[in-house]
Design a protein around this ligand. Sequence first.
Ligand code: F6R
Length: 264
Amino acid sequence: MENQTIVGQQTKVNTQIFDAPEEGARYVAAKIAAFINKRNSEGLPTVLGLATGNTPIPLYMELVRLHKEEGLSFKKVISFNLDEYYPISPDDVNSYHYFMFKHLFSHIDIDRANVHIPVGTLAEHMINEYCEGYERMIREAGGIDIQILGIGRAGHIGFNEPGSQLNDITRLVTLNPLTISDAAGDFGGAEFVPRKALTMGVRTIMEARKVFLLGWGEKKAEILAKAIEGQVGIEVPASFLQKHKDTEFILDKGAASKLACCKY
Ligand code: F6R
């Protein structure tokens, strides 16, 4: 596996560039598997923060393969998903509940009781308390060991859209118009995309001990260049990761094509 590690001239962000998404996914899956295996051998749980969307699909395929072919056990894994549309039923094919079981949880030996995904069916008056409870559950699990992220074209991580603050925790947010238009295809039209979502906050993500942000393809290149090499700030919430102590950006060549520090 050929990959190139770049520590940007403008930033200290660790960026790994691969020929293809599957290679980047294998790299991340191997790191996750090594961590889980070590924890399993010590009798300790592993806490994973998980993302949905197209980006992590090759990663989940590789984790499923490692489970089926190489005996990687998720019995002691505790998972917290980043976000869920609001409102949405967990049975909706566009819900992140549906996604996670389709692509990962149905194929591995994770204990259903250890799976946490924000609920998209709460009455509005219950949401604040629910979000505080989500944060508490993460803390009580020991905090997130490894957080997986994608990036939205508006610069979101989770559903922390532009304007999100470093100090934000899990909460109800309004989706950015670009996020809604990017989701329109899945929902059969922009008018059917939920306007809101529950999401872990930037702070929740920043508290993870290790973060992998995955990005594939040229359509992510512009926002990734801003996130990795641009100014840190609320215009591009992913840029806050420049301040995180152990984040790796995992890109393919297309996604890396607008970085100033490396030209293909
Ligand atoms: C999904 C999530 C989002 C996505 C982002 C990229 O749980 O938190 O931030 O990672 O919108 O989506 P894709 O991967 O579909 O391009």
